[in-house]
Each structure stands twice: as C-alpha cells, then as structure tokens.
Design a protein. Structure first.
Length: 106
C-alpha cells in the first residue's frame, strides 16, 4: 500500500512503523493549528528546521518563549489567551506518544 502526503504534516511515528491511526490525524491537526498561530508553513524547503521541530525546541525552553513564534498581527493582548490555548492544544496533538494525544470528536 502506498501513502501520499506532505512531510510537514506526517506523523513521525508513521516513518518509524509504517502505520497510520486516528492519532496520526491528530498530529496533522496540531501542525495546522501551529500554522494558524504562527503564519508559517509546516515545512520549508530551503534547509531550515521545520515548524514542528522549531516549536518543540522553543516549547522545551518554556511557554513564554513560544509567544515569540506567534504571528505579530494576531498576537495582540486581546487575542493572547486564545492564541496560547491554541498553542497548548497543538502541543498536546504533537506529542510523540500516541496514547497521550487528544481524541478527535466527530
């Protein structure tokens, strides 16, 4: 079976074990959330680090540092609480452990 998709949205565990699950979709959703709050593409092709990798490194330095990644046009005081909540949800969706990712509701 052959799968196609953009690397920036692909669950890293798929690369390891070749299996896609509903939690793989959760990972992709987390990437989209990051794109929304940062206004950056998931993967650029000029050799720079990808959005998820960058977010993960910044998050490890502390939640306050994550704010620096937010798009300046939307990161105004009246929006910050919502943007931070979106970033927190993205972080949960991007967890490496499938069982710790949130469930998608239908």
């Amino acid at each position: 079976m052959q799968y196609s998709g953009s690397r920036g949205y692909m669950d890293p565990l798929f690369a390891l074990n070749g299996r896609l699950t509903a939690k793989s979709d959760v990972e992709s959703f987390g990437v989209v959330l990051l794109e929304l709050v940062t206004r950056r593409k998931a993967r650029n092709y000029d050799g720079e680090i990808g959005l998820v990798e960058n977010f993960t490194k910044v998050l490890a330095k502390g939640a306050r540092r994550v704010r620096e990644m937010f798009d300046a046009e939307i990161a105004i005081p009246s929006n910050m609480k919502t943007i931070e909540q979106i970033a927190q949800l993205a972080a949960k969706c991007l967890r490496l452990e499938h069982d710790k990712r949130p469930e998608m509701q239908t």
